[in-house]
Design a protein around this ligand. Sequence first.
Ligand code: 3PG
Length: 207
Amino acid sequence: MDVLERVKEVKILPVIKIDNAKDAVPLAKALIDGGLPAAEVTFRTAAAEDSIKAICKAFPDMLVGAGSLTSVEQAKAAQAAGAQFFVSAGFHRGVAEYAVANNIPYFPGVCTPSEIMWLVELGLPVAKFFPAGQMGGLKTIKAIAAAFPTMKFMPTGGVNASNVCEYLAYDKIVACGGSWMVKDTLINEGRFDEITRLTKEAMDLVK
Ligand code: 3PG
């Protein structure tokens, strides 16, 4: 199954900030135990690369990508570590061109029609709509989607257990990104049971 199909299948992409790479494998296990074998490990910390490596080694079947990418160097490091897809908070042309050239799915963060045209130009099929809640949520996505019939969306930012089903009910939405079940405080405090509980709760909702 290709990466985009797997993103659609899991429905939720947990946006993760790992401060210490030793937490990566227990965190991945907590997600798997909660029924969500997927992770977007953000390059917001120096531990991202080692964390991706460790997760890919421990759980080769898990869907693992790199998030918050802001440079081609980070994209290359993420790819070498085993990342299967790239995400950014915004659109980075260098990362986008690298992703297209290397056949790696890239979900750049955008929230306006003009930005979506950059994705159309490069043939990128899925926009991370970010920050979704603050930019008007589903109502805004529907208005923008009307003008771009083939574009699909992955809303992220302000998605949680109370609104994830509403987003996923719209057929232009492939999955939602969110950090609500993997808050960095939970990771740093080693509360992996709570991460499993919140993940299971989320997966039960979207099943
Ligand atoms: C991201 O950059 O994708 C966000 O931090 C995720 O948003 P959330 O924390 O509101 O889920």
